[in-house]
Design a protein around this ligand. Structure first.
Ligand code: FAD
Length: 266
């Protein structure tokens, strides 16, 4: 089987066996906004919509990830009447599948790396034993420790009304939430993005993971191919390599790392 990279120019092919796992990291779709959601132009036109005579809220925020939480917090702190609608997990990507689990994974990987490098400092150590299930337990614990800060209870205590439902924007001032319609002066779309699996030849039969699904791994993959050499692809590649996987990191843009290094140095 083959794993195929993407990017500019002709696709390149890489040897690929069933023992490989593919983690597709980098691609994200734009807002999870339903097709009937008003576009900027339509919203500016406002024709065909009747402005409500009263408003239940000053702001309704759709999406309880980092962006939506911060928006709700600040709006509530300046005494706006705020509703926050989250259809899945409070904390969104950052808490559940992004910053928090990845930083916990990095910490565990660094511990392994330091043990391997201890002899440099005159400290004798043997090869670290990695219990991957326990590493993932530590990752889940990090999420659980932070969860209360992003919880429904916390935001309600800050004066934000939280709805745990799917929101649909039905007019510039109205949002359908379950069987309710919320009227609001302003709407904030903070619906985030999600990984996209590219339509690569041969990928259909491959065991593909994304940055959302890899957190349910219980066994350390022996080998994995990480597609995408941005920050997320690099940090996950390094972590899995330090924990003992054989990692191949694929980036489609020629001289990507060199170009970025130069940019950050200048
Ligand atoms: C592995 C990894 C590591 C990362 N590390 C870092 C880092 O170290 N530092 C950093 O700054 N960033 C990091 N990021 C990026 C960071 O996680 C995201 O940029 C950030 O979480 C995006 O927040 P957001 O609020 O825009 O979207 P999201 O967190 O995606 O939140 C959007 C929310 O909207 C909800 N939603 C969508 N549609 C609807 C709807 N119709 N009705 C109701 N709710 C809806 C979703 O359920 C979701 O909870 C990392 C990402 C990954 C994947």
């Amino acid at each position: 089987m083959l794993a195929v990279s993407w990017g500019v120019g002709k696709p390149r092919r890489y040897p690929f066996t069933n023992a490989h796992r593919i983690v597709f990291i980098a691609g994200h779709l734009p807002l999870d906004c339903p097709s009937h959601c008003a576009t900027g132009q339509e919203a500016q036109g406002l024709s065909g919509f009747t402005r409500p005579s009263h408003f239940d809220y000053d702001i309704v925020v759709i999406g309880g990830g980092s962006a939506g939480l911060v928006t709700s917090y600040i709006a509530s702190a300046v005494n706006a009447k705020v509703a926050l609608v989250e259809k899945h997990k409070m904390g969104g990507d950052c808490l559940n599948t992004g910053c928090v689990p990845s930083k916990a994974l990095i910490r565990a990987a660094r511990a392994a790396h330091e043990i391997r490098n201890a002899p440099r400092f005159g400290v004798t150590a043997s090869e670290p034993m990695i219990d991957f299930a326990q590493v993932m337990g530590h990752v889940q614990q990090a999420i659980s420790d932070i969860e209360p800060h992003d919880s429904v209870e916390r935001y309600q205590s800050l004066g934000v009304e939280v709805y745990q439902e799917h929101a649909t924007l039905i007019s510039p001032w109205e949002i359908r939430v379950g069987d309710k319609t919320l009227n609001t002066r302003h709407v904030v779309l903070a619906t985030g993005a999600r990984p996209r699996i590219p339509p690569l030849p041969g990928i259909e039969g491959a065991p593909v993971l994304t940055s959302e699904t890899l957190w349910s791994l219980t066994d350390l993959p022996k080998r994995l191919v990480v597609l995408g050499g941005g920050a997320i692809g690099c940090e996950l590649s390094q972590s899995f390599a330090r924990l003992g996987s054989q990692v191949t990191l694929v980036e489609g843009v020629a001289n990507y790392w060199g170009a970025r290094t130069q940019k950050s140095v200048n």
